[in-house]
Write a protein that binds this ligand. Structure first.
Ligand code: F6P
Length: 338
């Protein structure tokens, strides 16, 4: 049977009363912007888009030309449709209220326009991650603080991966679904409904080069994974690390695994490496809706009350039982300090 398009999927969701017209439009607009980004990414060197932009973002990180371009594409696409009250981007210092010259809606959109952008110049998968929240009642010009809602408040989250095929993975809080871009038709087509992450795994994803900087419970946990069949875990584990969160999470949604970016001595002052609002929360929502789990190592990620738009956080997500195993090492260390 021919797969249905994203447009049809969303219309069906609306007809069933699960989403309203504004949220449908919002997702359609984000998907359209992602198609434009996919085209730019796909052109590579021919599009003149590779390399550094010569600027830095709010995090003090060097921006790639495609970081800047993807941010502009998402901003331009979403500003005027009337479905949003404001936007926030990993690439911008502060929230961006919708200008008064445009109609306004009740949603807030947050995005990481091009995640894993260090991979662009070496032609490895990158992606866009997004999250949708309600604008608090009575707020017409949302500022940073209005975006600081726990991950459980998300009404929708998704990502697009620009890999061998371009895929959009989406949750509206009723399962996680994957759409593949049909490049000839220009449409995202539903190719996997209700993704289901296996509860157990023998695969983990972590930047092992940071090992010497980790806290004691992380050292113990990964040492036990590496000890394999004859170690305390009693099974061999395989290591995979793309260094592009979207690509690593996509693999986990497809065949299971655990993705970890723990706190370490290098990022301790910042609270972690990955961003809560643009990376951790949307991915946690997507993973939970696919039957997986997401944690800081010490608590459910989606329950964290954010304290800043660019807050960073430790991330453990993927196969449920493996996330629980990683948490046990941290909670036991908390219980028996020293
Ligand atoms: O936050 C950006 C990001 O590129 C993620 O997509 C990825 O998981 C991580 O950083 C890679 O980190 P590292 O450079 O330590 O491998």
């Amino acid at each position: 049977m021919k797969p249905i398009s994203l447009t049809r999927f969303l219309i069906q969701e609306q007809q069933a009363g699960h989403i309203n017209a504004d949220l449908r439009l919002l997702i359609e607009v984000v998907a359209r912007a992602c198609k434009t980004i996919a085209t730019a990414v796909g052109k590579g060197a021919l599009g003149g888009v590779l390399g550094d932009a010569g600027t830095g973002n709010v995090q003090g990180e060097a921006q790639k030309k495609l970081d800047v371009l993807s941010n502009e594409i998402l901003l331009e696409a979403n500003e005027w449709g009337g479905h949003l009250a404001g936007l926030a981007s990993e690439e911008m210092d502060h929230a961006h209220p919708i200008p008064n010259s445009y109609p306004k809606g009740n949603y807030l959109l947050l995005f990481d326009p091009l995640d894993g952008s260090s991979n662009i110049d070496v032609n490895i998968s990158v992606g866009t991650i997004f999250s949708v929240l309600h604008c608090p009642d009575g707020v017409s010009e949302p500022h940073d603080e209005h975006f600081l809602q726990a991950g459980t408040a998300q009404v929708c989250a998704g990502y697009t991966t620009y890999g061998p095929s371009t895929m959009l993975v989406l949750t509206l809080g009723r399962g996680t679904h994957a759409f593949t871009l049909d490049r000839e038709q220009g449409s995202f087509m539903l190719t996997r409904q209700d993704l289901c992450i296996p509860e157990d795994t023998q695969e983990f994803a972590i930047n092992l080069s940071n090992q010497r900087h980790w806290e004691a419970p992380m050292q113990h946990y990964v040492a036990d994974l590496l000890a394999g069949k004859t170690g305390p875990r009693g099974k061999d584990f395989n290591l995979r690390w793309v260094a592009s969160m979207v690509a690593d999470v996509h693999r986990i949604l497809t065949r299971g695994g655990i993705f970890i970016y723990p706190i370490d001595a290098k990022c301790r002052d910042k609270g972690g490496r990955l961003r809560l609002m643009y990376e951790a929360n949307p991915m946690a929502f997507i993973v939970e809706q696919a039957g997986g789990a997401a944690s800081t190592g010490r608590q459910r990620l989606l329950d964290v009350t954010p304290n800043g738009l660019h807050q960073r956080i430790p991330v453990f997500l993927g196969s449920k039982n493996e996330v629980a195993a990683a948490e046990r090492y941290h909670l036991q260390a908390n219980a028996n300090p020293g």
